[in-house]
Every structure is written in C-alpha cells, then in structure tokens.
Design a protein around this ligand. Structure first.
Ligand SMILES: [Zn+2]
Length: 80
C-alpha cells in the first residue's frame, strides 16, 4: 500500500493533488495546500501511514531516505 512512497516522495501540488489532499489538509499544520506548494510524503504522529505535508514541515532522514514530520522526527531521535 506504500508504493507511492517509493515513487513520488515529493510533489508539486497541482489541481488533482489538491483534490486528493485537501479533503483533510496538511496533517502537520492543519492548513490546506495551495496550487504550486511543494509537498512531501512523510511519516508523523498521525500514525496511519505516510501523508503529504508541506516540505518545510518535513525532515529528510538521510539513513532511510524518507521524510518525517519535524516534531515526530525529533521525538524519534530523542529515543521516545
Ligand atoms: Zn502544512
């Protein structure tokens, strides 16, 4: 089910992407995406698999080459 994680970790929001993501908005900040925003597929405290969030709210983990929401990433590295 996570195939999209491997093939498109980073996208530029187009109309189709907006339609699929803005039903719930960005789980990191709670805002909607705008046309042209850069979004990355990231794991976070929301738990239910990777979700698209704004790129500036994500951290790229060099070890796994995956994106994580900043606060979630910090808690992981803190050994939580
Ligand atoms: Zn956001």
């Amino acid at each position: 089910m996570n195939e999209m994680n491997a093939c498109k970790p980073k996208i530029i929001m187009d109309l189709e992407s907006l339609n699929t993501t803005n039903a719930q908005g960005c789980p990191a900040c709670g805002h909607k995406f705008n046309l042209g925003d850069t979004a990355v597929l990231a794991c976070g405290a929301w738990g239910a698999g990777p979700r698209y969030i704004h790129e500036n709210e994500a951290v790229l983990d060099k070890e796994t080459a995956r994106y994580f929401e900043r606060g979630y990433f910090a808690s992981l590295k803190a050994g939580a």
